[in-house]
Design a protein. Sequence first.
Length: 323
Amino acid sequence: MTGAPATPPAPVEPIHLSVVSPVYRAQDCLRELYRRASAACDELTAAWELILVDDASPDESWRLIAELSAADPRVRGLQLARNFGQHHAITAGLVASRGDWVVVMDCDLQDRPEEIPRMYRKALEEGHLCVMARRRIRTGSVIGRLQSWGFYKVFGYLTDLPQYDGSVSNFSLVARQVVDEIVGMREAVRFYPGFLFWLGFGTGFVDVQHDPRFAGKTSYTLRKLLRLAQSVILAHSTKPLRLAVALGLWISTLAFVTGFLVLIKALLHGSPVTGWASLMVSMWLLSGIIILTLGVVGLYVGGISSEVKGRPFYVVRRRTFDA
């Protein structure tokens, strides 16, 4: 049977700029994020898209994403099946992005969308494949900033990522080549800034203003932050194992020297039965160190178990666009 050939679909205009934003408890931020991000992108190109990844937010975020997408097809929404975490949501957005350049930013508007044109121009003028926003002055209390400074110093040391000092975060602009490399990294533990530093592409920095959160409260508690830090440290570095080995070596050396001195003293002056208190303290100390070392090894073994399972990084429940 013959008939008229089917009409080919209209060609899709290539996307030049994608903005990816993970969303969690952000129902009061989304309309303002769309307004400001679209205005910033319009300065650069008409071929842009805003990808909002709802990380199973318990509020009305998905409903608002769907409304924004219905009103403007340049807004593309993803809803994950459960809460996979911010950096897994970023990965989902990167996979869905189509732009030659991709901006990653949080949804709470602490990072200002108005900085996107500056980052874009710096990338083009200086030939960077990656431009990261650097927060020179952070908001928050003095104690909070001191805690953050101390945390990132330890974090940078243990992860072998000393460049990551907390002044930079997810807010960045990267070329498609960088996006493809990050998507191709199949590690179960996802940490977007760490991936950027590890890749080693020439990176530029733009100093930006760090605004207060537009609405709501952050979902990052100290417990969640420490859990993320533990996962990232174990995934990016074997330094905790090396430190455990070094500690064991130092203790063994100290024990050998102490034992040698005790032997010399016993040969010269005899050996009275003393030192029960110090013996018990030493036993408890060494037992604790052994348990700690075994725990570190166990965490690495657990990380290996997660990697070899080969589970997907995230599961998409629904989209506002065709896959």
